[in-house]
Design a protein around this ligand. Structure first.
Ligand code: SAM
Length: 249
């Protein structure tokens, strides 16, 4: 069944109104007609089965037949604190992160972040990243659209991460603690939220890592090879989801 995403305010009294790009896709590409059934989600985790009642000039109206909580959401909520990389790498990290089940993505301006963004750039980028998150959620059958926040400073990120049960900070110079051993310290079946910090191309500075260490966060190495920022994020998200049993059938 074709899937569409709408804002919660477009769902009222058992009726869904589809507008904008999704409506264009419904009418011009899929050529759906009254009577056709569709799947709709509102980005908050609820999925609807609905029948199209009418296809008008700028909107389609559908009637909800069934509503259910989506079962595609991981039990564990992983927030990715991603040191802002150059170019379009963030797009890739968001797309793959959403497919893998990330809960929220917080771009972080660190000491070695090269990209310079003013307020307007931040808003523009965040809108673009949110669209990527939305499209990825739709494509991979998630009914929840992970939030991508505006970039925050490293210090702000440290404060947000405080409420997580486990904070993992990936650091290529860490020689004592590895991911496997660190994850073993937690009750995998009980943990509900994890914060994952990944640096930008230049990595975290020694001082940033020490600040994390002083807060009791886990500084974690991934072995002897240095991974690109996007490889590190995508592979660690995969490992966490695998370890949490989120890749079982
Ligand atoms: N500037 C660093 C260097 O050249 O030595 C590399 C930074 S790496 C490209 C970007 C980020 O990926 C790092 O800040 C870290 O969070 C993560 N990362 C990459 N390889 C890692 C490893 N072997 N262990 C832990 N983290 C790693």
């Amino acid at each position: 069944m074709h899937r569409f995403i709408v804002s919660p305010e477009n769902i009222r009294d058992n009726i869904i109104t589809l507008e904008g790009d999704d409506f264009k896709h419904l009418r011009q590409v899929l050529r759906l007609k009254p009577g056709d059934s569709i799947n709709v989600f509102d980005g908050s985790g609820i999925e609807y089965e609905a029948d199209i009642l009418s296809v008008e000039k700028s909107r389609a109206i559908a009637e909800i037949k069934n509503a259910f909580q989506s079962d595609t959401e991981p039990k564990v909520r992983v927030t990715l604190f991603q040191g802002l990389p150059k170019g379009e790498k963030m797009d890739l990290i968001i797309q793959k992160g959403v497919e893998l089940g990330v809960y929220r993505i917080i771009p972080v301006i660190t000491n070695r972040t090269v990209v310079k963004l003013d307020k307007k750039d931040c808003q523009r980028k965040t809108e673009r990243w949110s669209r990527i998150s939305r499209e990825a959620a739709k494509q991979c059958r998630r009914a929840y659209v992970p939030e991508v926040t505006e970039p925050v400073s490293f210090d702000e990120a440290l404060i947000v991460a405080e409420s997580s049960e486990a904070v993992l900070v990936l650091y290529e110079n860490e020689e004592k603690k590895c991911l496997k051993e660190t994850l073993k310290c937690y009750n995998i079946n009980k943990i509900e939220n994890i914060a994952l910090f990944v640096g930008p191309e230049g990595g975290f500075t020694y001082q940033e890592v020490e600040n994390c260490r002083n807060l009791g966060y886990n500084i974690v190495g991934l072995g002897k090879r240095i991974l690109r920022a996007e490889t590190a994020s995508i592979s660690v998200l995969s490992i966490i989801m695998y370890e949490m049993g989120e890749m079982n059938l």
